[in-house]
Ligand binder design. Structure first.
Ligand code: DC
Length: 488
């Protein structure tokens, strides 16, 4: 049985390419995104909330998904009605992304997808095909492209269908969906280690389809050669079990792991309890997804709060190598997810560990200033270039966070988690050529966050409510200015 998995973010061209591949090979194409869209359509038609598990779960019993086959293509039917047009309405993309976060929905649809794949040769496109639906598939592809290019493609597609949308709106939607799909806890969008990645930013459809078809031929040829040589074809590992595995350094594995684990849990709790900090916009923090999280810090205790309150067991933190001087501390730090790095040199081991963690969908916390700001000034210390390197190499979003300098003994510490951003325009380039510019971009984002934090703390006296009201008024003012400008 041939099962070809094509995963990737929205707008990367998966469905068009998957159709070409299926047609060329004379096999079926299954659009798994359409299944999530059909569930979303049913939920919305019932007047229920697509992001509420309580609303959605009971409806699954009433949903019957079937297909009408036309040539190599399958058209989706919801309770017997062909809904292949309805599910393409723009707002359905967002609703589909919301229902797709609900584990019960995923299990319901994944079971169907596996059944279809077991019964016939099929090309499936989606987000979790290689990692979750068919981890043993021999043919795994990860198709991606710059978000701006993906948004433009989606925009052109919707405009051609007569839908009223703006490019900016689509770009925002694409970015939000990327985050939703990559950040969800259960079966997130992930590039598995054994998937063949294609960046279609500057490629035509034919070039991408050819790349996939050639790769399929190569894999088939390779396995035929192995069989004719009497060698067993390489067993395809299940990548399912590789996702989210914590990073472990075998050499330094302490003898009494349970003891250090317990101690680390206690330290984590104490850290959060002692250094009381108000955290704003916690939801922006990536839970179990690839992201380089960056932050400034004034006190040696500031990082402790992030480890305790935000990172938990799901992520790693890059720390000075000096912590490994004492084995006892090093053992606890390891359990807290620390990746020690030698400063001032290219520490290949640490770089590998950071990239490994990112590729396993773990957020990695890095302090781009390299040390705490002892001068207490609002100016950042010069940024090191490691953050840019990691984010570009792992194609990971960056989540900026900012500590506000505490001004009085009884004042609470304040930390703001900013919106994630990507280093658009820097991927697939020689790191050495772009590292400096990318670092400047990162610094600019942190300076912008600093301005926001000052408004929140100084103008809005630390009240999130007041800050949100301020932002709302500001955007209203901006809209009316733009409107006035047009009238003139
Ligand atoms: O590919 P699409 O845009 O039609 O998919 C709609 C949504 O469905 C997408 O935002 C994420 C979700 N989806 C998923 O979670 N897993 C899949 N295998 C396919 C789609």
């Amino acid at each position: 049985m041939i099962n070809i998995a094509i995963d990737g973010p929205s707008g990367a061209g998966k469905s068009t390419i998957a159709k070409i591949v299926a047609k060329t090979l004379g096999i079926t194409y299954l659009d798994t995104g359409a299944m999530y869209r059909a569930v979303a359509l049913y939920v919305v038609n019932c007047g229920k909330n697509p992001s509420s598990e309580e609303d959605v779960k009971p409806l699954l019993n009433d949903i019957n998904i079937s297909y009408i086959t036309d040539g190599n293509e399958k058209f989706i039917c919801l309770n017997g009605v062909n809904v292949s047009q309805d599910i393409r309405r723009h707002e359905m993309s967002k609703y589909a992304s919301e229902v797709s976060k609900i584990p019960a929905v995923r299990l319901f649809l994944v079971e169907m997808q596996r059944k279809i794949a077991a019964a016939e040769d099929v090309v499936l496109d989606g987000r979790d095909i290689a990692s979750f639906v068919l981890p043993n598939s021999e043919f795994k592809f990860y198709l991606t492209a710059k978000d701006t290019v993906r948004a433009k493609r989606r925009y052109d597609e919707l405009v051609a269908k007569g839908q009223q949308v703006t490019y900016e709106q689509i770009l925002d939607d694409v970015r939000e969906r990327d985050l939703n799909d990559m950040k969800r806890d259960f079966a997130p969008l992930v590039k598995t280690a054994d998937a063949f990645e294609i960046d279609s930013t500057d490629m035509s459809l034919t070039q991408v389809a050819d790349a996939i078809l050639n790769r399929i031929k190569e894999i088939q040829k390779d396995s035929e050669t192995k069989i004719s040589n009497g060698e067993a074809a390489t067993p395809i590992k299940s990548v399912d079990s590789q996702v989210n595995k914590p990073i472990k350094n075998k050499k330094s594995k302490p003898k009494h792991r349970w003891f250090y684990k317990g101690l680390a849990a206690f330290v984590r709790w104490v850290m959060g309890a002692v250094w009381i900090t108000k955290i704003y916009f916690k939801d922006n923090f990536p839970k179990k997804s690839k992201a380089v999280v960056i932050c400034n810090h004034y006190s040696a205790l500031d990082p402790c709060v992030i480890i305790s309150k935000l990172l938990g067991k799901n992520g790693n933190v890059v720390m000075k190598n000096e912590i490994t001087k004492c084995q006892f501390v090093a053992n606890i730090a390891e359990e807290l997810g620390a990746i020690p790095i030698k400063r001032g040199e290219a520490d290949v081991n640490a770089i590998k560990k950071v990239l490994g963690a990112l590729n396993k969908n773990r957020p990695v916390l890095i302090f781009p200033e390299g040390t705490r700001n002892k001068s207490n000034s609002k100016e950042f210390l010069p940024f090191k270039q490691g953050v840019a390197t990691f984010a570009i190499k792992a194609k990971a979003p960056i989540v900026p966070m900012l500590y506000y300098k505490k001004t009085g003994i009884f004042k609470r510490n304040k930390l703001m988690v900013g919106a994630p951003f990507w280093l658009d325009g820097f991927y697939n380039k020689n790191i050495g050529d772009v590292r400096e510019d990318a670092t400047q971009n990162i610094l600019k984002k942190m300076q912008e966050l600093r301005v926001e934090m000052d408004i929140l703390v100084e103008q809005c006296r630390g009240s999130k409510k007041r800050y949100l009201r301020y932002k709302k008024n500001q955007s209203k003012e901006l809209c009316s200015n733009v409107g006035n400008g047009r009238k003139k």
